[in-house]
Design a protein around this ligand. Structure first.
Ligand code: XMP
Length: 323
């Protein structure tokens, strides 16, 4: 019978057999799949595994720390963190077009990741032969079931693969669905915030700022997003909504009034959606009190934001993200 306990034991044995005394690398994105895959491989081969986390500066508040501190504490894994915020911000300077942003972020990500890989190989020698991927069963089906060297959803997954992949793949989640992956993560003792995390796009907050991406705007959006997440969690709505992008309309200003002064600030958009698989979605009918609390707090606590608006568009015609 299927138990998470059996899955862990079985996968640990398989990984040991596959990797032997060689070494492996795993990219962490902050998401569930890569975290659980890495934790399984760490359980099997310990410090023969090195994880890489590229901090592109586009994560939400607290997420990088979660990987650096909580994930490492839970798994004991060897982690290389690359602080690439400046590099990404420089590359994104002056860019407002959504596709252009995605391309730049994807390209920089692969460059930084490849460089980190090269450094690890230089440190650890040619025994580095394996790359761990958090490929799930639905990804396998979608890509036609191939195995070996994958290029699964590289368009969509910025935690993506280098083009000239020469590693053998370790994919311990290939038979699992998302909810099973979460159970395995729990069994492995991963932090709740990682195991239960809702979907978050690889390009991060870079595609949630309509307009140019700057450090100042990112900081502002991080504050607004943290407030929305905090209130949704406090209201017990995390399981009910699929995800809730929080978007900064950096190129839009509107007039407001605060205290006895006129303001000319930016709107924040809340985009709570309900969905089964992100292919289609409906806007979530959130309780008015929760919306009111989020709105009051964001306009009070976040500098330069004087308006909060709600996106009531389904998908289609809207996508979940704004860019
Ligand atoms: P859209 O906006 O296309 O989003 O309705 C569908 C789902 O995919 C997520 N998303 C991404 N995930 N890299 C990712 O890993 C990306 O570039 C990306 N773009 C969108 C989005 O958050 C939603 O869950």
């Amino acid at each position: 019978t299927w138990t998470t306990h059996n899955v862990v034991d079985e996968q640990v044995a398989l990984i040991k057999a596959q990797v032997g005394d060689k070494r492996a690398i795993c990219g962490l994105s902050g998401g569930v799949d890569s975290a659980v895959a890495a934790a399984l491989v760490a359980r099997a081969i310990g410090d023969q595994l090195t994880c890489v986390y590229v901090d592109h500066g586009l994560m939400r508040k607290g997420e990088t720390e979660q990987v650096e501190k909580d994930f490492v504490a839970a798994t004991g894994v060897k982690l290389k963190v690359v602080d690439a915020e400046e590099r990404f911000l420089n590359a994104l300077k002056g860019v407002s077009d959504p596709e252009e942003k995605r391309k730049i972020i994807g390209r920089e990500f692969i460059r930084v990741f490849e460089q980190a890989q090269a450094e690890i190989i230089a440190d650890e020698g040619p025994a580095v032969e394996f790359l761990v991927q958090g490929t799930l069963y639905p990804d396998v089906v979608e890509s036609g079931g191939g195995t070996g060297t994958a290029n699964i959803k590289s368009h969509h997954n910025v935690g993506g693969l280098p083009e000239d992949l020469e590693f053998q793949l370790v994919e311990p989640l290939r038979q699992l669905f998302k909810d099973e992956v979460r159970m395995v993560g729990q069994e492995l003792g991963l932090p709740e915030e990682i195991v239960q995390r809702q979907p978050f796009p690889g390009p991060g907050l870079g595609i949630r700022i309509v307009g140019e991406v700057t450090k100042e705007r990112l900081d502002l959006l991080r504050e607004a997003d943290a407030i929305a997440r905090e209130e949704l969690t406090a209201a017990g709505l995390d399981r009910e909504i699929w995800q809730c992008p929080v978007v900064l309309l950096a190129d839009v200003r509107s007039v407001g009034v605060q205290g006895d002064g006129r303001t000319y600030g930016h709107p924040i958009v809340l985009r709570p959606v309900s969905s089964e698989d992100a292919m289609t979605a409906d806007w979530s009918r959130l309780p008015y009190e929760v919306l009111a609390r989020i709105s009051t707090r964001i306009t009070n606590e976040v500098r330069d934001v004087n308006r909060v608006v709600l996106d009531v568009t389904s998908k289609p015609p809207g996508t979940i993200e704004w860019e």
